[in-house]
Design a binder for this molecule. Structure first.
Ligand code: HEC
Length: 650
């Protein structure tokens, strides 16, 4: 039986109780904003989390992943430092999710749930000047597979990349991708992990599923020398053997010179304070690297790198004279499989004489589940997965005045579907950092009062945000939002709402092309009542719902009086029809147990009695006179399950 809560019932509920969160109104948007970029059919997440059924079936597990901040994967401590578009669920959303699970994970009215977002499969760069592919590669090997692919850039002159985008060829197996340039002819090692096998390879960028393209701040770029090679190190998730991948990389480039961003492991094994990097079997060891910089620099992103014994890492700078701390990154639960570059939300200016530091902890005991050696063995520096590394990459440039005010990113990211029905909304987000101010615009016109880093869009249009930091102003690319009008769900009021004895009333709906109709009587969706017109003999409360291309609306309630009070009949799994009838009454039932049917007249005298264990049976009252009769449905132990009034007419 399908029940609805009409608008009235919902309102009453709101007034009477503190409302528990529901999937439709509160939880779906948390999942769509944080999880479905990976947890969708064909995504890297091991299962889909797109629907109410999928999420509610594993609500406790999902709650644990969210509250322990295991998911979405984001290793840095977000209370230590903020980055561009960090994958962090807000505390308020965590509480909402917990309250939802505590309330029994209610669905709410699923017809009002936000639509499942779709994710672009093609390029989001607009025009990519340089598009390179690994070709077609079939993965072999069990467990995690790491593979280096060498691609000739074919650049006839040096160019500057201002945007980098990885397009995974097979999104269900590509776990992450490291992007290197290498201008030498050194051979690479297709199976080396961490590095490429060529010591001249320079890391540019790291991609994880769900990451949007990286855009360098205005006027800056990564230098790609003429004829350089691009090397992609691809990590394939366990279970990928036999599957084919053809990952591509796109660059937006400029041939005119820009400020060059250098990416280098400024902190590395050569500046270990307590080296060498040797981790004896069955020990937990910490190492610190330290380097004092000889010139003033501006840092744009950080990227820590260790292998499987890595547990923790923290990196910061100490300013000269004052010793003030400049925070870079803190990871308390290192995960080799989720290494990533963390683009700073504000550029970080490093004065001459700043001492950069990193402290990393390695666990070479058997209680580290990632330990590649059973039993543990002494591990030293090297590029194999079984070796260790301790690198802190920085993307940086020599300082220029005004660098404090670089706008580090100007994308707008929708946290849900951008096409939805009237009455729903989508949250648009842009960079959040210190000192930024915002002005959102719709169709080129300022939206008054919309000066936050997020905007809730409720109507169709092209949305952009103007971001200001100091004297710098940047305008985002537009994001188009389409709001489909909800259908008009209106019952055309009948001239008379009192049903004449033995008669009927015609109801009809305001119609529209493509509409689907469902009439309800007293909260019950009558299966056969799906036309815009309805002829009825029953009194009660009528509601009409209309779907139109995924949009949904329910009408106000219309009450009909007089007529038959046959709610039982409509809501029961037992149907008797037609009623009234001239001769034959059909009884339909989905019961699995054997029943007895008894028919009596108005005086209580039995006129029929028979066993019933099928689905449908007919009673012929042709030889009986006009009037009221009763049908009793009797179950096991002679219990009367239902007693129905039927009317025989001439
Ligand atoms: C960037 C991609 C990505 C995003 C975003 C993401 N997941 Fe996952 N999730 C994965 C992958 C991949 C795994 C498999 C384990 C692994 O590789 O860490 C996983 C595993 C899980 C698991 C299994 C248990 C565990 O903790 O490993 C749960 C539960 C889960 N995700 C829930 C979520 C929820 C809830 C969200 C959103 C709040 C989310 N995930 C967001 C990629 C993602």
């Amino acid at each position: 039986m399908k029940l609805i809560s009409t608008a009235i019932a919902l309102n009453t509920f709101l007034l009477c109780f503190a409302q528990a969160p529901t999937w439709s109104s509160d939880v779906a948007k948390i999942i769509y904003g944080n999880c479905t970029s990976c947890h969708r059919p064909g995504g890297i997440g091991p299962f889909s989390l797109q629907t109410y059924d999928e999420v509610s079936a594993m609500a406790n597990w999902v709650q644990q992943a969210i509250e322990q901040r295991d998911m979405p994967p984001w290793t840095p401590d977000h209370t230590y430092k903020n980055y561009v578009h960090e994958r962090v669920v807000s505390d308020a959303d965590i509480t909402t999710f917990q309250n939802w699970v505590a309330a029994g994970a209610p669905s709410g009215d699923l017809r009002f749930a936000p639509p499942v977002p779709t994710y672009p499969s093609g390029s989001q760069l607009g025009i990519a000047n340089l598009n390179l592919s690994i070709g077609s590669y079939m993965v072999s090997g069990n467990g995690d597979v790491y593979r280096n692919f060498e691609i000739q850039s074919g650049l006839s002159q040096a160019e500057y990349a201002t945007a980098i985008e990885v397009l995974p060829g097979n999104p269900s197996i590509v776990h992450h991708v490291l992007v290197f340039t290498d201008s030498t002819a050194n051979p690479i090692n297709p199976n080396s992990v961490g590095g490429t096998g060529s010591s001249a390879s320079q890391l540019l960028y790291s991609w994880v599923p769900g990451a949007a393209p990286y855009f360098s701040p205005e006027g800056t770029g990564f230098r790609l020398p003429a004829n350089t090679r691009i090397i992609l190190q691809i990590h394939y998730a366990p279970g990928s053997a036999g599957q084919t991948d053809n990952t591509e990389i796109n660059f937006k480039t400029s041939t005119s010179p820009l400020r060059k961003i250098t990416v280098s492991p400024v902190l590395n094994q050569t500046n270990l304070e307590n080296g060498p990097l040797v981790i004896p079997a069955n020990t937990i060891q910490s190492f610190t690297e330290s380097v004092t910089i000889p010139a003033k620099y501006t840092a744009l992103y950080v990227f820590p790198h260790m292998h499987l014994l890595g547990k923790k890492v923290i990196s910061y700078g100490l300013k000269p004279i004052t010793g003030d701390t400049i925070r870079f990154v803190k990871i308390d639960d290192w995960d080799f499989h989720w290494q990533d570059n963390f683009a700073l939300a504000n550029s970080v200016v490093l004065p001459v004489g700043t001492t950069l530091k990193a402290t990393a902890t390695y666990d070479n005991t058997s209680s580290n589940p990632e330990n590649p050696n059973v039993p543990p063995q002494t591990v030293t520096l090297g590029e194999g997965t079984g070796d260790e590394m301790m690198l802190m990459f920085f993307a940086y440039m020599p300082f220029l005045p005004g660098d404090e005010n670089l706008i580090m990113d100007k994308r707008v990211i929708p946290k849900g579907a951008t096409t939805f029905c009237e009455g729903q909304s989508v949250e648009l987000t842009t960079i959040k950092g210190e000192g930024y101010t915002y002005q959102w615009k719709k169709d080129g016109v300022d939206l008054p009062g919309e000066n936050n880093f997020t905007l809730v869009a409720t109507s169709s249009g092209s949305y952009m945000v103007e971001i200001t930091l100091g004297p710098n102003v940047a305008l985002s690319d537009p994001v188009s939002v389409t709001v489909n009008p909800a259908p008009t769900a209106q019952i055309v009021p009948p001239g008379n709402t009192e049903i004449p004895l033995g008669g009927t009333i015609d109801l009809s709906a305001v119609q529209g092309t493509g509409y689907l109709y469902q009439w309800y009587l007293n909260g019950y969706a009558v299966p056969s009542w799906t036309n815009p017109d309805l002829t009825t003999e029953y009194n009660g409360e009528y509601v009409l719902e209309i779907f139109n291309g995924g949009c949904f609306q329910i009408s106000e309630t219309l009450t009909l009086t007089g007529g038959l009070a046959n709610l039982d009949e409509l809501t029961s799994t037992i149907r008797i029809f037609p009623n009234p009838s001239k001769d034959i009454f059909t009884i339909e039932c989905n019961a699995t147990d054997a029943l007895v049917i008894r028919v009596e007249d108005i005086t209580g005298s039995e006129i029929r009695k028979f066993d019933f264990n099928g689905k449908s049976i007919s009673i012929d009252l042709r030889d009986h006179s006009e009037g009221v009769y009763f049908v009793e449905i009797i179950g096991d132990g002679h219990k009367i399950l239902e007693r129905r009034k039927i009317i025989k007419m001439d």
